[in-house]
Design a protein around this ligand. Structure first.
Ligand code: ATP
Length: 332
């Protein structure tokens, strides 16, 4: 069987893992990037495209294959085209529209009894420090902090002048939670019926993560553009509550977005100084922070006494499903 993904994001890890699990591998790649991906011997087949429509045709042209989605898929190809993919997709494709709609997204977290930051629909209602975010996976570009409603309105005007947004409703205005970020990566296995923690990461963002290098009298406004990821492990006493969050999330998605979460997901959180975990966002598929752990993380070793990246874990789940003749339970 062929495991297939779109070049970018976590594609190297996904295909490296698929190869380790014994699959034939394939990459759907824009012609401009083909040369880069040709360097890696674990990629067997290249499906080169020059337009997004062609990318979908190439995916649909494969047979006996499973397509593995990642965080760049919708951003690169667009939701409408992704809905035209007929090849079985690993995971729950019904979650994609929930992920790209901020209010539905936060609703799923709330229904799962997960603590989330307060949300403001209207800049006029802002009564505390907030973070203003642009929609879609923009890697933090354009985000800003507003200390009060005046700053929020001023910042929104600047975004409109730069043509970064069309209307205010697109923006996400969230209470800014003071603490440290931690991104808890999980994998729900329908085959083993359990939630595994696969790792923790922190996004390394410019310039906010560079500000502490400056002398204290130099003031610069923080920006949040993702440039990389840093590994983390959590104080063990935090783990039971985040596992509970993750298990609740799986249960909620089963009821609200059947067949529910399958495979990797991530709870993107701030841990406060009272060790409360506040989740400001989730990803319903593999996140780029898992690229830290191509040889396994401190957590994946607790389940698998062998190197187990999330890419490989996906391949392992598909293998388990094939053995049990239940592939339709891990694909949609
Ligand atoms: P992506 O959607 O691309 O995966 P992300 O998950 O990193 O992005 P964003 O919501 O884009 O998360 O947030 C980017 C940055 O802003 C992170 O550093 C995060 O810690 C910070 N941040 C986001 N929401 C809040 C919040 N409510 N309070 C404090 N910091 C926040």
């Amino acid at each position: 069987m062929l495991l297939l993904t779109l070049a970018s994001h976590s594609s190297l890890q996904i295909l490296h893992g698929a190869k380790r699990e014994g699959f034939e591998t394939g990459i759907v790649v824009n012609g401009k990037r083909e040369g880069f991906y040709r360097r890696f011997s674990f990629i067997d087949n290249f499906y080169v495209y020059s337009s997004e429509d062609e990318a979908v045709e190439k995916i649909n042209g494969t047979s006996n294959s499973v397509f593995v989605p990642h965080g760049s898929l919708i951003e690169y190809i667009g939701m409408e085209r992704v809905s035209r993919i007929r090849t079985p997709i690993f995971g729950n494709r019904n979650l994609f529209p929930w992920e790209s709609n901020q209010s539905k997204k936060m609703k799923l977290l709330e229904l799962s009894n997960i603590k989330t930051p307060m949300k403001f629909e209207n800049p006029e209602d802002v009564d505390r420090m907030v973070i203003v975010k642009l929609p879609g996976a923009k890697g933090g570009r354009g985000y800003f902090i507003g200390r009060n409603k005046q700053e929020v309105k001023e910042g929104i005007r600047r975004l409109q002048e730069k043509g970064l947004i069309n209307n205010v409703e697109e923006l996400i205005i969230q209470e800014y939670v003071i603490g440290i970020p931690m991104y808890f990566q999980f994998f729900y296995s329908p085959m083993l019926q359990r939630v595994e923690m696969t790792g923790i990461d922190i996004r390394y963002e410019t310039n906010v993560d560079g500000l502490r290098r400056l002398p204290s009298d130099i003031k610069a406004e923080p920006t949040f553009v993702v440039a990389g990821n840093i590994p983390a492990v959590a104080r063990e006493s935090i783990l039971p509550s985040v596992y509970e969050y993750a298990e609740n999330f799986v249960k909620t998605t089963k009821n609200v977005v059947p067949p529910g979460a399958i495979g990797p997901f991530c709870l993107e959180s701030i841990v406060t100084d009272t060790l409360d975990v506040v989740v400001f966002e989730f990803s319903g598929r593999i996140v780029a922070g898992t690229n830290l752990y191509v040889d396994g993380s401190p957590y994946s070793w607790l389940y698998w006494d062998e190197p187990m990246s999330v890419g490989r874990r996906i391949g392992r789940e598909i293998n388990l499903a094939i053995q049990k003749n239940r592939l339709n339970e891990v694909t949609t």
